[in-house]
Design a binder for this molecule. Sequence first.
Ligand code: HEM
Length: 345
Amino acid sequence: MLLPALVFIIGSCIAVLLVRDYQSKQTDGFRAAKHYPGGRIVPVLGNLLELLFKNPVQTFTYARENAARYGASYRQWIDGKVILNITRIKEAEKILASTQHTRKSILYKFLHPLMGDGLLCSKGAKWQQRRRILTPAFHFNILPKFLTIFQEESDKLVRQLDRFADGVQDIVLQSVVTSFALHTICETAMGVKLDAYNEADEYKAKVYEVGEMLVHRTMSPWLYNDRVYRLLGYDGPLAESLKPIHHFTRSIIRQRRQSFQAQSQPKPDPNSEDNMYFGNKQRYAMLDTLLAAEAKEQIDEEGIREEVDTFMFEGHDTTAAAIMFTIVLLANEQDVQERCYKELE
Ligand code: HEM
């Protein structure tokens, strides 16, 4: 009795999957997918098998090997949807210039527990309102005012790298460079010196952990569904790692709010071009811009937390990766390194 019931259940599941698979292949997405090269699309599973059980190093190699193998933008077909990996400028330009395709991919949903609905993940009216508040904080003209911080932090980075310059010991760039980027974004955008915070080391470690969890989820399409992610017990460890991160950002906001409110001079209008960026020598961090907007009830505490988490993560993870690639390339291309060195001398 048990065996026929089991056969029936499994048979029904397979039938449902096959019908779904058939239906998904009648869509525009599948027709578009066929215009691009890619691995063999297996019934029901599509290209899922290619992604399974890869660690971050294998994930990195997988993407690079695909780009080299297909010599063009290539597609994956997973869970009835097409994923287009754009490797050519021509196609990138079309997508980036499009006003039609502005909705973010499902992968951005995974960032939500970390950075909420901040600028990177939000859309529509919310995005526009936040963008209006924040754009002046990154006006080209204010960058020179942060040059001293960039120089101080760069000097510290060079001193750290110098300790390994004799080549006796290998250096793990990740932690050194990530630290550098995090310290710099904190001081420039938040107006807060990380050295003064005991919690900073924990923040860095936890951000790294969360980054690994995000990559793991991205590479495991069966975890895309929130309910499955929860059921398999992944949300608990993520929430645990996020606690100290959010605690840290909240304490930065609190500390900065105190000094912001203590300033006796009238607050600048962050939307005005005639504000502190241009008027005098005082630096005006991005967090102050948000606090000024809070004073005008344009954003609340949770909104500030979303943006601070967004900028802290976006502002250090990206630049750290760019710096690491640059260092590795310079190490591999000794003649270019020599030319850079001469130019700086
Ligand atoms: C090499 C360095 C960087 C790279 C390659 C990079 C790349 C990108 C890309 C491709 C996007 C568009 C993503 C999307 O809309 O889906 C983006 C958006 C964004 N980035 Fe960066 N970024 C870098 C540095 C930074 C820094 C230093 C900050 C903070 C100070 C930052 C903050 C943001 C924010 C807030 C958004 C969302 C903007 C919006 O939608 O209005 N990024 N970045």
